[in-house]
Design a protein around this ligand. Structure first.
Ligand SMILES: [Fe+2]
Length: 290
């Protein structure tokens, strides 16, 4: 089961100048082959299908626990897209890159890539062979980080920059985690064998605060009582900085999501939101809430 916390992993800026074409580019990080839906579903299915857990639990705990963090990443990508579409003009959208954001999505994120191609279950590689799956995950994180850097360079909107700055750092942790798992199993030093992508995160202003806070070293444990054996795999030194890797025994504290305003021209959440608010208010009172 998944326990859901109504907070975001990183603080995203409030809506500013809308950027619908930028939001279209950010969709690649949602439903592209190397997007967050792919990392979420790869690790989720690999954890569902994981056999003989009692014998090799540290590796199961690693994959299952990272899957949980990825849920929060798709939420961050969606929030970024919603932020960038807030206040966007419906009439201007006919010349935009991603009409479905307006025509179907109500200025919201969709489970599709930057061209509107729906996310595809064939992006999931769950072979049952642990070393094969971990190797796949290492390269999935490589591709995911390249994609994030390209979106960072393409889109200047501050919400997209805040998102990609954070995800570059967290994706780096996941890449290190899979590299460590493979090193424990095979002796192969993945980061030396395949040093890709080379991303100077310390030079990226939106990565810097997360590096200063040590987020490149920490793997959070996303469960009240489970996945404790992750410490047996996620340990040793960070391959690039030589600093000690660390398992944090809880999810990150996170940030309260910003309440994005209604967009009545696309009926989100309604053509007359105040009417629904009135109903909600009555229901709250009836339920004894304030
Ligand atoms: Fe991710």
């Amino acid at each position: 089961m998944i326990l859901r916390i109504d907070r975001l992993g990183v603080e995203l800026p409030p809506p500013s100048t809308p950027d619908p074409n930028g939001a279209a580019a950010v969709q690649e990080l949602m439903g592209g082959k190397f997007g967050e839906m792919s990392t979420l579903m790869n690790y989720t299915f690999q954890s569902f299908n994981f056999r003989d857990r009692k014998s090799i639990r540290p590796f199961y705990d690693l994959i299952a626990n990272i899957a949980a963090e990825e849920f929060g990443h798709i939420e961050l990508v969606a929030t970024t897209i919603n932020t960038m579409l807030t206040g966007a003009s419906l009439s201007d959208a006919k010349d935009g890159a991603y009409k479905q954001h307006f025509l179907f999505g109500g200025k919201g994120a969709l489970p599709a890539d930057s061209h509107g191609k729906p996310w595809d279950g064939s992006y999931v590689h769950s072979s049952g062979d642990l070393i094969e799956d971990l190797t796949h995950n290492y390269f999935l994180e490589s591709g995911a980080r390249s994609g994030k850097l390209r979106v960072y360079e393409m889109v200047e909107h501050e919400a997209a920059r805040a998102l990609t700055g954070y995800l570059l750092v967290r994706g780096g942790v996941h890449q290190v985690a899979y590299a460590r798992a493979l090193e424990h199993l095979t002796g192969a030093d993945m980061s030396k064998l395949f040093p890709t992508p080379r991303i100077p995160t310390e030079k990226i202003p939106e990565c810097k605060p997360h590096l200063d806070a040590g987020l490149h070293l920490k793997l959070y444990r996303f469960s009240p009582d489970d996945y404790k054996e992750v410490v047996a795999v996620f340990n040793g030194k960070h391959p690039e900085t030589g600093e000690e890797l660390e398992v944090v025994d809880s999810p990150p504290e996170g940030f309260e999501p910003k309440d994005l305003p209604a967009e009545t021209d696309v009926f989100a959440p309604d053509y007359a939101p105040e009417e629904i608010a009135e109903i909600a208010n009555k229901l709250r009172k009836k339920a004894g809430l304030k």
